[in-house]
Design a protein around this ligand. Sequence first.
Ligand code: SF4
Length: 235
Amino acid sequence: MRKGYSEFITMAANSMGKASKKSLQSVNSDIDWNGVLKPLFKKYRGKKHPLEFNDPYQLLVMIVLSARASDIMVNNLAPALFKQYPSFKHLATATPEELYPLLRVPGFRNKAAWIVEIAKTLAPLKAIPETITELTLLKGFGRKSANVYMSQIGLPAEGVIVDLHTLRVAPRLGIAIGEDPKKIEQQLMVKVNKKDWHILGMSLTYLGRETCRPTNPHCEECLVNSVCQYYSEQK
Ligand code: SF4
């Protein structure tokens, strides 16, 4: 851990997101997931993240704002925010009350306070954390947020993104069981080589967004339907 983070190392890490409502409760341990998932990785590798950011500062702020909010909403409000506050140094001079009108979204009052607190923490350090331990000490930043940030900045993977889509897709597929994001992430980290953890997280997220929808998943066109537990049980 780099010098400068010791001042906030004792802050409590944020908890992970809520579990999905339904999941299958068995896992197929005979499958070579590294091989099976290759077509998905090929399809989604290099796909641009839906958040429209220009630098690590913008990405970090937008990830905080996107918690339980749509990427489209965050993309719409971000330009005005970054025009007035183009860096953590500028953001650190703001109060949550000054910031909140720029966010224009009911319920974003807490997020305004979080990003100001993050700015006040990081501005004096003149650097953004680069490890999952450091990132999860930031207000409003859990493991999912840290994994998204690290994957998009190109930092070495230390975990797998597990969002609401992954919580639905992974148990259906049979690569993991349960509803706890942390336990799902641990199972994914065991099943797939570390070098592919970033693309694994993004692939399951995109599969859930595009194909493995909550109702009426498009199984016939799914690239991993040959091993999918849910699909085999529907036939
Ligand atoms: S086959 Fe169907 S249920 Fe299985 S992962 Fe693909 S879309 Fe989801």
